[in-house]
Design a protein around this ligand. Structure first.
Ligand SMILES: [Fe+2]
Ligand SMILES: [Fe+2]
Length: 241
């Protein structure tokens, strides 16, 4: 969907003057490439793990989630030297879990968190190896690996960077790319996936800007796919403070 169409379906005008920023942000998630102007060091990290991202369509997921991360970083405080490598590497561990063991590991019918924990742990190990090979600063690497090791299972955030990575990861679930792949993979209808998101977004998000992106993206996708039920109620932890 073109950004202009996203604008047409955007229901954001909270009177705070944020509408232009949201409109601008609605381009996020419309293409499946990496964000433009990503620096060479980050591109090297992505290229190093790209062959491992074939599992679970994680190549598209990683690139689009990186778009969300960059967009959230424009509005929320966080260190891109941590956020960008963390989002690029966060799901590389699914490569070790393997395509045949994904059912039941995520989505509305998830009933086995063993593989969620495994992909986090393996992802952190692979991330450390890749970053070390590129002589990435050790202190940053430690925090990147910590975030990856709990990016799905952790229910709280110990740093702003962790919150941004978690929000960018979750925003992706509302994109057309996610709807075109994930529901069929986990034996769920598009409507079933949508309803899982509406419910999940009430407690998944940590930052206000992440919430806005998720809500805009979900509403846009809902209209495009003709799904039923308004996605009101996407919240971030900040809203509850
Ligand atoms: Fe993950
Ligand atoms: Fe992910």
């Amino acid at each position: 969907m073109a950004a202009r169409e996203r604008l047409a379906v955007s229901n954001f005008d909270d009177g705070s003057g944020a509408k232009n920023a949201v409109t601008e942000a609605l381009e996020v998630g419309c293409s499946d490439g990496l964000p433009p102007d990503l620096s060479a060091a980050y591109l090297d990290i992505y290229r190093a793990v790209r062959p491992m991202l074939a599992t679970r369509n994680n190549d598209v997921h990683t690139r689009v989630s990186c778009q969300f991360a960059v967009e959230i970083l424009r509005r929320e405080e966080g260190d891109p030297r941590i956020v960008i490598p963390a989002i690029l590497l966060h799901d590389v561990g699914w490569h070790v879990v393997g395509e045949g063991r994904l059912k039941g590991a995520y989505g509305p019918k998830a009933d086995n968190d063993e593989f969620v924990r495994l992909h986090e742990a393996e992802g952190a190990t692979i991330a450390r190896r890749v970053l070390s090979a590129q002589t990435y600063p050790e202190g940053l690497t430690d925090e990147i690996c910590r975030i990856i090791s709990r990016h799905d299972s952790g229910t709280a955030c110990a740093s702003p960077e962790e919150a941004i990575v978690k929000d960018a990861d979750k925003c992706y679930r509302a994109t057309l790319f996610a709807f075109m792949y994930f529901p069929a993979e986990v034996d769920t209808s598009l409507q079933g996936w949508y309803e899982w998101l509406v419910d999940g977004y009430r407690h998944w998000m940590f930052r206000a800007w992440g919430r806005k992106l998720a809500e805009a993206c979900l509403e846009s996708t809902r209209r495009e796919l003709g799904l039923v039920g308004e996605a009101a109620g996407v919240r971030s932890r900040e809203d509850d403070l």
